[in-house]
Ligand binder design. Structure first.
Ligand SMILES: [Zn+2]
Ligand SMILES: [Zn+2]
Length: 112
């Protein structure tokens, strides 16, 4: 696998709501945690997103409590794993994926 062009220089939590990543090219990315969870690339979440919404489904207690990340750990040199407060830990976010998910004003505008 070739090296990704951009690398995170720093990652930090911005309050309880979001993650900020400063990249090697100086770009400052912002992400709401809910956005990252919604975009979780693991097989389980992908499958869940493909299911039609069941109006009679009862929300699990973990879905009612606000989800929080408990850990963000680097995996090799190319990805980060997010562990969530509901115990979900199979989501691997590659650097490319994270960069593509950026919600900063610049990237938000670029997508329009
Ligand atoms: Zn997942
Ligand atoms: Zn951006």
């Amino acid at each position: 696998m070739p090296d990704p062009v951009f690398r995170p220089v720093t990652l930090h939590k911005d309050g309880e709501e979001r993650l900020v990543i400063i990249w090697s090219d100086g770009h400052r990315s912002q992400y709401a945690w809910t956005h990252l969870r919604k975009e979780c690339p693991c097989a389980g979440c992908r499958e869940e997103r493909l299911q039609p919404v069941d109006p009679f489904r009862i929300l699990k207690p973990t879905e009612l409590a606000p989800l929080k990340p408990v850990a963000l750990t680097p995996v090799g040199h190319y990805a980060y794993k997010i562990v969530w407060s509901d115990g979900h830990d199979s989501g691997l976010f590659t650097l490319e994926h994270l960069r593509a998910l950026c919600q900063c004003d610049d990237c938000g505008q670029a997508k329009k």
